[in-house]
Design a protein around this ligand. Structure first.
Ligand code: MRU
Length: 365
């Protein structure tokens, strides 16, 4: 996607041919700054500190983390150490483990300089594949938006989304936002209700930023507003992303997604989840019981960061000193509340059978 006319991916190999460039998402929307990752530790810190975030981008960054580790020491011991350090950075998004496993498999029979070259080739393929997969998700999801647009000619299609599942969360395009970009580019009148997504405000800071840069009409709403809008017919469909979806279609996504799904169910609003196959955890069934939920610092709840009237970036405390806070990063929406899963291979019911119909190669484990 473009920032001020320049095409960016969220991650790239720098001009030196080995270090890795990323967009520092902790600075958005107030400042567009890129960062250079020069070691596996840099990559791990970028993931843990949410310089990069979003399940597909976390996986891509971990893949390049392995490349950077191999440059320093391409032994098996170094590979395994980098694997465990990177795997420990964030617990919920399964793309992290998926990408690390793909890298280890690609490097298994390589050594020396060939191993380093194989690492960079594999990380590049993970990124290129992610771009194409997200584009396909866009094509599949576009047909849903087109269907609604055709049912209400000359009226705006209102889509509600939560957190950021746009190009900033992936390598390009995004998951939940890819169909929206395609619908907008095809001339359908789309408007997006953007949940602010407390406490990290990925909606207000990132989703609104990227929609705005692409010219897609949108409105930021407090996280509590979605139910009211749905009751008043102002949401045609919800589309969210996911950090891990189980084999039976339970969906882990940013905290607050479950409440939107409940409101959508109560108001007969279709609730779709967009995901690449790399986000499906075929080893799990019951998402509520089995998906590990990241707990983050209470400081993210008790404090907020933003730009002051004088242009400075400031952090302020919003609660009484001494109040304790809980900060669960994700929740799980049971499959029964999900209208459909938008994947690169088509839109499936959120059931084991639905997913297996799209991924028949998974029928035997
Ligand atoms: O904590 P984050 O910002 O990494 O969480 C990301 C999300 O939960 C997104 O909503 C998401 O859909 C998954 S990434 C496409």
């Amino acid at each position: 996607m473009k920032i001020d006319g320049t095409h960016y991916r969220t991650i790239w190999v720098a001009d030196d041919g080995w270090s890795v460039g990323v967009i520092d998402q902790t600075k958005l929307p107030h400042e567009f700054r890129t960062l250079r990752l020069a070691s596996a530790d840099d990559a791990a810190r970028a993931i843990k500190g949410m310089v990069v975030r979003g399940a597909p981008l976390i996986g891509a960054t971990a893949a390049y983390g392995i490349c950077l580790a191999m440059r320093e020491d391409c032994s098996d011991a170094a590979l395994h150490e980098a694997y465990s350090d990177l795997a420990a950075t964030r617990p919920t998004a399964i793309n992290l483990k998926w990408a690390l496993d793909v890298m280890v498999e690609a490097l298994r029979d390589e050594s020396g300089h060939e191993r380093i070259a194989a690492a960079y080739a594999c990380a590049a393929k993970i990124c290129n594949d992610d771009v194409e997969i997200c584009r396909q998700i866009g094509v599949q999801g576009l047909s849903l938006i087109r269907g609604i647009a055709e049912m209400k000619p000359d009226k705006v299609v209102n889509v509600l989304t939560h957190c950021n599942a746009g190009w900033l969360a992936c390598v390009d395009w995004g998951t939940a936002l890819a169909p929206i970009y395609m619908a907008h580019d095809a001339g359908y009148p789309v408007h997006v209700w953007v949940d602010e997504t407390r406490p990290r405000n990925q909606g207000a800071s990132l989703t609104a930023f990227e929609l705005g840069r692409h010219g897609v009409p949108h409105t930021i709403i407090p996280d509590n507003a979605g139910g009211h809008l749905m009751q008043h017919g102002q949401v045609d469909l919800c589309v969210v992303g996911t950090d891990r979806t189980t084999a039976r279609g339970d969906v882990a996504n940013k905290i607050g997604t479950y409440l939107k799904a409940l409101a959508a169910y109560d108001n007969d609003v279709p609730f779709y989840v967009a995901l690449p196959h790399t986000t499906i955890d075929w080893t799990l069934d019951d998402g509520v019981a089995e998906i590990p939920i990241e707990q983050r610092s209470p400081h993210e709840v008790t404090h907020m960061t933003g730009r002051s009237d004088t242009g400075e970036i400031v952090t302020v405390e919003i609660s009484a000193p001494g109040s304790s806070a809980a900060n669960y990063g994700f929740d799980v929406t049971p499959a029964r509340l999900v209208t459909g899963l938008i994947t690169e291979r088509g839109v499936a019911p959120a059931t084991r059978e639905g997913l297996l119909a799209l991924y028949p190669e998974r029928k035997h484990g």
